[in-house]
Design a protein around this ligand. Structure first.
Ligand code: COA
Length: 425
């Protein structure tokens, strides 16, 4: 088996979550990812949300698998010189610093191009060009400015952020696609290019069904939203719709057996038109099959609250897994609400490599999420994240082919960490 990005070398100048998720994916496709970190503390996530004193946090270890780490103070002239050497030999450079940081380092696009015209420079920023382009942005800022928060939650409650990291990891995914596309184009043109993903744009891309609804709203009420059936008038903007489905099929989260004590004893139930007859049969409401008020989807819309309350009377007599078994037997799609505890114990996810147990020399074993994208000719095992500066010597000597004297000079300058003094003559 091969490695899809074998031979691609990535200069990973990323930190926190968005950039690192992108370069971790590239590493899982076989690219050689060299993470450049500030000497001393490295990527700030190494010490954030620490659960074991002195060990790299899960925040860091779960975002930086299969990478090599070199420490470089890029504000030190020798460190900056090494960085430029890396730019020379890398195919891709990925960064997610605040706007202007790279320019302040003297690494403008023109400068990078003059060093290596084939390099692809990929950046995550909070916003694209416009009034907010200079702003620093974190996950929840992107969720709020990309349209997700205003459309998540219940109509009469606060806007809500979601646990899915659509701003950070979502943007990392978008960026990875931009990078491999630019790599493909380079095989035709021989030239590098800039790839930019704004977190606001990525969130909006994932929220496009809500912009669809905004435009539909101008032509009338959104009939599949619960509030239509409840007779509550719509305003001029897409409301929060609780657990209503974002697709054309009505859906809700319903209680299952044990809900009184188990916060996740629920199932997502969809009353898809194609399987309506089966739904009626399964829950024992055969009379709905012939009742004109229930037989047609459009007639059901004003009665959705009653319909789902009736279905819930049935789901509450079964566990979420029993409901799943019964419904899937007759091809009715549904989604048991799985807790992280249940997911972490699911052997089938380990069998596919979606979950992986990794050993780490300082923190011991931990679970991480492996590559969710399966290629039939890409064989890369998930490896632990690197310790800070673990590969500094290896990269200087074997990747940059620097001699002992030059390496000693770089180290003496303090570019890779505290200055290392050479022995007196
Ligand atoms: C995430 C973010 C808000 C963090 O902000 P921050 O912690 O203040 O970090 P910055 O990106 O501003 O960069 C910090 C500084 O570290 C310096 N630095 C970074 N790596 C360095 C190194 N190896 N050696 C020396 N200096 C280094 C930079 O030069 C910069 O210095 P400057 O401001 O004096 O020019 C910001 O980077 C950002 O908005 N990024 C883009 C959007 C993004 O990706 N957000 C999501 C993150 S999950």
């Amino acid at each position: 088996m091969g490695k899809a990005l074998d031979g691609v070398r990535v200069l990973d100048f990323t930190h926190v979550q968005s950039g690192p998720t992108c370069t971790q994916l590239l590493a899982w496709f076989g690219a050689d990812v060299i993470k450049v970190e500030r000497p001393g503390e490295g990527d700030i996530t190494r010490s954030q949300l620490r659960d074991i004193p002195g060990a790299d946090s899960l925040y860091f270890t779960m975002l930086n698998s299969n990478k090599r780490s070199i420490t470089l103070d890029t504000k030190n002239p020798e460190g900056r010189a090494v960085l430029e050497e890396l730019i020379k030999i890398c195919d891709v450079m990925v960064e997610n610093f605040a706007p202007g940081v790279l320019d302040r380092m003297g690494l403008t696009w023109e400068r990078i191009q003059s060093i290596n015209p084939r390099i692809i420079v990929a950046s995550v920023k909070g916003f694209g060009p416009g009034p907010f382009e200079d702003c620093k942005v974190y996950e929840n800022v992107a969720q709020c400015t990309g349209g997700s928060a205003s459309t998540t939650g219940f109509r009469d409650g606060l806007p809500l952020v979601t646990g899915s990291q659509i701003g950070d990891s979502g943007t990392g995914l978008h960026l990875a696609l931009g990078i491999v596309t630019a790599l493909y184009q380079r095989t035709l043109t021989g030239k590098g290019q800039k790839v930019l993903c704004a977190m606001q744009d990525s969130v909006l891309n994932l929220c496009r069904v809500k912009l669809r609804d905004q435009q539909r709203l101008e032509r009338g009420p959104l009939q599949e939203y619960s509030q239509f059936g409840e007779g509550i008038p719509f305003g001029d903007t897409v409301p929060r719709a609780g657990n209503d489905s974002g697709g054309g099929q009505p859906g809700r989260i319903l209680r299952c057996k044990g809900w009184e004590t188990d916060p996740n004893a629920y199932i997502y139930f969809i009353t898809q038109a194609q399987v309506w007859d089966k739904v009626c049969t399964v829950i024992g409401k055969e009379e709905w099959l012939t009742d004109p008020d229930y037989a047609k989807p459009v007639n059901r819309l004003p009665k959705l609250n009653h319909i789902f309350a009736t279905i819930e009377e049935w789901t509450m007599t079964k566990t979420k897994f029993e409901v799943m078994d019964i419904l899937n037997e007759v091809d009715i799609p549904c989604g048991p609400i799985l807790s992280m505890k249940e997911i972490a114990a699911d052997e089938s996810l380990y069998a596919t490599g979606t979950l992986v147990n990794v050993d780490h020399p300082v923190r011991g074993a931990y679970i991480t999420v492996g590559n969710p994208i399966k290629l039939s000719d890409n064989d890369v095992a998930v490896e632990r994240s690197p310790l800070l500066g673990e590969h500094t010597d290896e990269i200087l000597s074997q990747v940059l082919n620097l001699g002992e004297e030059r390496i000693a000079q770089i180290k003496a300058s303090g570019a890779t960490g505290a200055p290392v003094r050479q022995a007196a003559e």
